[in-house]
Design a protein around this ligand. Structure first.
Ligand code: AMP
Length: 197
């Protein structure tokens, strides 16, 4: 098993690097943001609730987010050689829940990859993504709120995982493939898993 958390501010490249991780290690990708956006697009009950929070740049309540994740682990992610958690956990209660959900399944987290990118670059990247993809929460006002939420609620998790001893800081500025090479090196060093290519 190889269970990884891709950790970082909004716009730090979690989605881009996740795609490479699943490709090179054969892992199952859980992006809580994507999952919620799919529900919004399909107009489900969950989508309606999620939209209220996402459009304000706020986090979906922990209990709801944790129960969604529990379900994904029981269904789509079951029997996979491991999971990339992208955008989860985002709060200390979510991190505690993740530990519990994995240990209940006889496994745990092997590494937390922290993508570190300066704030001005994050804003630039998200504004560009908003233009290119039309993503509704990539507007300057909502970006500012999301960054504030990140600093208040999510960033403390870096300390949490440093204390656990599995935090792997990565410079997330620069060329995608070079950043990935650093991630792969860190994974090999800490878990012994090698990339496929
Ligand atoms: P992302 O695509 O990861 O940037 O997530 C987009 C939005 O979805 C966030 O701004 C939150 O409103 C919501 N979201 C995604 N993941 C979580 C989570 N783990 N906990 C709470 N809200 C989340």
């Amino acid at each position: 098993m190889l269970n990884l958390v891709l950790f970082g501010a909004p716009g730090s490249g979690k989605g881009t690097q996740s795609a490479k991780l699943i490709d090179e290690y054969g892992l199952y990708h859980i992006s809580t943001g994507e999952l919620l956006r799919e529900h919004i697009a399909r107009g489900t009950e969950l989508g309606k609730i999620a939209d209220k929070y996402i459009s304000q740049g706020q986090l979906i309540p922990d209990e709801l987010m944790i129960s969604i994740l529990d379900e994904v682990l029981d269904n789509e992610a079951k029997d996979k050689p491991g999971v990339v958690f992208d955008g989860f956990p985002r709060t200390i209660p979510q991190a505690n829940a993740l530990k519990e959900l994995l240990s209940r399944r006889g496994t745990g987290l092997h590494a937390v990859i922290g993508l570190e990118v300066p704030e001005e670059e994050l804003v630039e990247r998200m504004l560009k993504r908003g233009k290119d993809t039309g993503r509704a929460d990539d507007t300057l006002d909502t970006i500012r709120k999301r960054l504030q939420v990140y600093h208040n609620q999510t960033q403390p998790l870096a300390e949490y995982y440093k204390e656990e001893g599995n935090y792997l800081p990565i410079n997330g500025s620069g060329v995608v493939d070079e950043i990935f090479a650093e991630i792969a090196k860190g994974i090999e060093r800490t878990t012994g898993h090698k990339r496929r290519k």
